[in-house]
Design a protein around this ligand. Sequence first.
Ligand code: C2E
Ligand code: MG
Ligand code: MG
Length: 645
Amino acid sequence: MFFSLVILNYVALILLVILLATTIFRRMTKGTTNHAFMFILFTALAAVIFDIWALHLDNLSAPNNIAQYTMHLGYLLCHNLTTPAYVVYIISLADIWHKVRNSKVQMTALFLPYVLMIAAMIVNVFTGAIFSVSNGVYRREFLFPVLYVIASYYMILGLIYLYKYYRLFKGGNVAAITAVVPMTLVAVVIQYFIPDASVEMFVNSLSLLFISMTTQRPEELIDPFTRLRNFNTYADDTKRIFANGKKVRIIMLNIGNFSSLQTMMGFDTMKGVLRAVAQEVEKADKNNKIHSELYHLDGGRFRMIISYRHRYRAITCAEELNRALEENIVINELSLKLSHHICVVDCPEDIHDFKTLTTFGSTFHEKAEATGAVLYASELFQNKQFEMVSNIDSIIDNALKKNNLKVYYQPIYSVEQGRFTSAEALIRLQDEDYGFVPPDLFIPAAEKSGAIHRIGGFVLDEVCRFIASDNFREIGLDYIEINLSVAQCMHGDLADKVLDTMKKYNVSPDQINLEITETAVSYGQNIMKNNLDKLSNAGISFSLDDYGTGYSNMRRVIQLPLKIVKLDKSFVDEQNNPKMWIMIQNTVKMLKDMNMEIVVEGIEDEEMVDQFSALECDFIQGYYFSRPVPEDEFVEFIRKAHIKV
Ligand code: C2E
Ligand code: MG
Ligand code: MG
């Protein structure tokens, strides 16, 4: 019966060969962890082959002592290497090689026992104290248990690493790797009492199969399109890097026009593009020998994590990749130009937490100036504008908390009446650290974060308070225009909020006018329509702001309760272009025929005032009259202007 258990060695051999083949087939061959896993596979494979061979020689009728001795020696050396190899695998999984390598104690604890065992095996040739072969009979001698002591030592060392750094492993991994220990112990006990049973290597290969199924799982780790690691792996790896204070350099590559290309070209073409870019990334990695971990997160965002040792070569790699991507990519006879952005980030010097890493990673190319050169996070962070954009959410929070927001007013001139009849309320944010923050910058951010509702509420309150003041009554303006952003229009209680605030200050509906943009109009959602209808029924009028910059969907425009249309500055700026002038003339005529009033925005000189007055535009707004100014300055300005009139 014991002899028949030798068959387990063959089962182990087949299992290990299949494991090795699938590891290669599943492309789990790159990176330190995969190398360590393959190392265990190879040692186990060598041990099984030595074992099969040794048992075969043991049973020959004409014994060959030297060959028999060599095979048993080979088996014991390889078999006993699998336990330190497990420890190496665990260290790689936790990604703490940089710590182990720098600690003499840990390096000694890791390698010395195995080196001593090799020395003992050499001495055994002369002493025969561990095992012996004589007259074709293999025998375990009195020092043989030392081998078990060493194997147990490595098991314990592995467990120590596993539990000391357990937060650096994924949940299931610790359980899976720990489960190997009791399995091995049972096998060792069986084999100790029944040396011919060949159980150890069988259990060893089962353990490897178990780890391969639970821990070495490419399905969870690999992006199917590029075969590079995916976002989950990037998240795990970078979190681990931050947790154990490892120094790395990361090359970030974002394809800026990825989603617009995908809309135009379709998914299949973009899969080809991703593969082509992945190849360039792999080529740059190989050419520069930086042995980086490569990732494709999604939507054309690639990452390379490079160890500190290769940090200088990482720069050459980033430059090379940048140049390579200048070339068009040819897919199915289509030649595509990618707008790629590369940034080199040092961790933890530039960024030391995962959240910042991901937000920086997905937005750096939008915030930085497009120069086409490789960007460096360290330089970007020194740039005030970039820093401001990166911190915009906290700037807004701070402004709301500390009352750093002010409402400014820009007068609007009525051509017909020859005086200022209204004004536009424009928000201003003055930050303690960054100074003046332009609304074009913080309004879109506030829309995303939801802070726009509080900002909008503040503006509304301020404007109504001003309208109710004696000053406003005295200067005799008809109404104030208030900007509404898309997010505000989409909010269910916008109408109630506006009406409540007006009631609070006793402001009548003809004293305010709400500006909406074509972008808001193009959303055409029910909530917005309800809001506009409700406000319009209450007697409030609307202006269409920035006319001529968005999608001019005339059908939608005429369905809205609009009183005023504001021609955008960009429209007006091109008035010297004869075709544009024809368009302006006809647009004005069309809008007038529809009984709409027209405001021309962005008028900076007298010539433009004359030109647009001649066109019979109703109102003119621009720096020519006044920039947006604080309330008291504005009151003063209108007072003086009316005295002149
Ligand atoms: P907008 O509503 O189209 O406002 C007109 C912008 O043009 C203002 O920029 C104004 O300062 C500027 N402007 C006026 N006349 C001239 C001129 O002659 N030459 C030039 N070059 N510019 C001129 P500002 O104040 O920077 O505001 C930018 C945008 O931010 C506004 O565009 C508006 O969309 C938004 N915004 C401003 N305040 C608020 C607010 O309280 N709520 C909301 N939701 N958005 C606001
Ligand atoms: Mg406006
Ligand atoms: Mg405008």
